[in-house]
Design a protein around this ligand. Structure first.
Ligand SMILES: [Zn+2]
Length: 393
């Protein structure tokens, strides 16, 4: 029996949470010295439990057992980076759970049939360069390497990631047998159901768009109201339209999270605004409808899609293992949809993958308010350990 050591689990979580903490939240942005510090912590902890840390061409760290070259790896993990003013649990909980699960399996002394690996993905959040799930996209061939590097400048050099290493990183996929990711719940579905854990059934379809609105930059004092072509006023109407159109379709969510305003001066009328639009829905057709309505209502706006994910179903065998392990640990687990992107979701079309969500009573995410109780987190880690033990022993 692989039993997670509660004290070690808690201590590791606290050690990682001490890195990049500020008064307004966690600041472990990808490709920065604070993420690098978290990676050094990861390497040290992994080494202390007998794992050997390797880095793939995209920058992800893989802590592997000594038989790593003999067969593809049973993998678990998550990411170490956070959003700006992010929370302590997103990403970190999955990495610490995987380390604690690996430690429990190694300590149990049960003979293993397959190598085990703990992954610390780099740049899952995409907060700096709009490159979410950077590393899992790279290894699955879903990254436009040249366009991405142009946006990122020399940031990836901090971990020695280069154009050629990124191209070579696709070899990493061959080493992965399957992948499990524990993650703090993002939303508030589990608490009302009285469930500590959720097993993701699928990732919802999602699209990201840019809307470019054109006006005429002019003087804020000398231009009469009737002569104005204010791109920011149009953008304000667009923000409200996204809210209306998404609200009109059940389960659909739409967000304008960022505006770039030119010239962006307090005494100038905006001549050009670029807005990001993020749309997610249980039904891909609903997203298409929202875009069609926006095109109709904003005929002069340039709308272009920058990414889309058709949604993905997680692996049924791994899901069943997570449910069985949760019940063996005495935890209530329920099916749980995910509206967010995750490295597990990027891997899922290529390798068996699954996700386990840990109840987040308030439902907040990407803020320091995100939380999960120590008891629920431990149940998540123990469920992961039991599932992984079944796969490797
Ligand atoms: Zn995350």
């Amino acid at each position: 029996m692989a039993t997670v050591d509660p004290e070690r689990f808690r201590a590791w979580f606290d050690e990682l949470a001490a890195i990049g903490r500020s008064d307004s939240g966690w600041q472990r942005l990808a490709w920065t010295p604070l993420e690098a510090e978290a990676r050094r912590w990861f390497t040290e902890v992994a080494g202390s439990i007998g794992l050997d840390v390797r880095q793939d061409g995209a920058g992800t760290l893989w802590a592997v057992t000594s038989d790593a070259d003999e067969a593809p790896w049973v993998c678990a993990g998550s990411h170490l980076d956070t959003q700006p003013d992010g929370g302590a649990f997103d990403g970190a909980l999955g990495v610490v759970s995987a380390l604690a699960a690996a430690e429990a399996i190694l300590r149990s002394g049960a003979p293993r049939r397959r190598p085990l690996a703990v992954a610390a993905f780099v740049d899952e959040e995409g907060a700096r360069f709009r490159t979410p799930t950077f590393a899992s996209l790279a290894i699955t061939g879903g990254l436009d390497v040249d366009a991405t590097l142009e946006m990122m400048g020399d940031a990836p050099a901090i971990y020695g990631v280069t154009r050629s290493s990124l191209l070579e990183s696709r070899a990493q996929l061959e080493r992965i047998a399957c992948f499990l990711e524990v993650h703090v719940e993002q939303g508030r579905r589990l608490a009302p159901l009285g469930a500590a854990l959720g097993v993701a059934d699928r990732l919802r379809p999602r699209q990201r768009w840019l809307a470019e609105l054109h006006g005429q930059a002019d003087h804020a004092g000398t231009t009469p109201m009737e002569d104005r072509h204010d791109a920011l006023a149009a953008a304000a109407r667009l923000v409200l339209a996204v809210e209306e159109e998404a609200s009109a379709r059940p389960g659909t969510v739409g967000t304008v999270g960022r505006l770039e305003i030119e010239p962006g001066s307090s005494n100038s009328i905006a001549g050009r605004v670029v807005a990001t639009i993020d749309l997610r829905s249980p039904a891909a057709a609903a997203i298409d409808e929202v875009i069609a309505e926006l095109r109709r209502r904003f005929a002069n706006a340039d709308l272009r899609r920058i990414s889309q994910n058709a949604g993905v179903r997680f692996d049924d065998d791994l899901r069943a293992r997570l449910f069985a392990a949760a019940s063996a640990c005495g935890a209530t687990a329920v099916d749980c949809p995910s509206y967010a992107g995750h490295d597990a979701g990027i891997l899922a079309p290529h390798r068996p993958a699954a996700m386990l969500f840990v109840r987040n009573p308030a439902g907040h995410s990407h803020t320091p308010l995100e939380t999960a109780s120590p008891e629920d987190c431990l149940l998540g880690a123990q469920t992961l350990a039991t599932s992984l033990a079944g796969l490797v022993t």
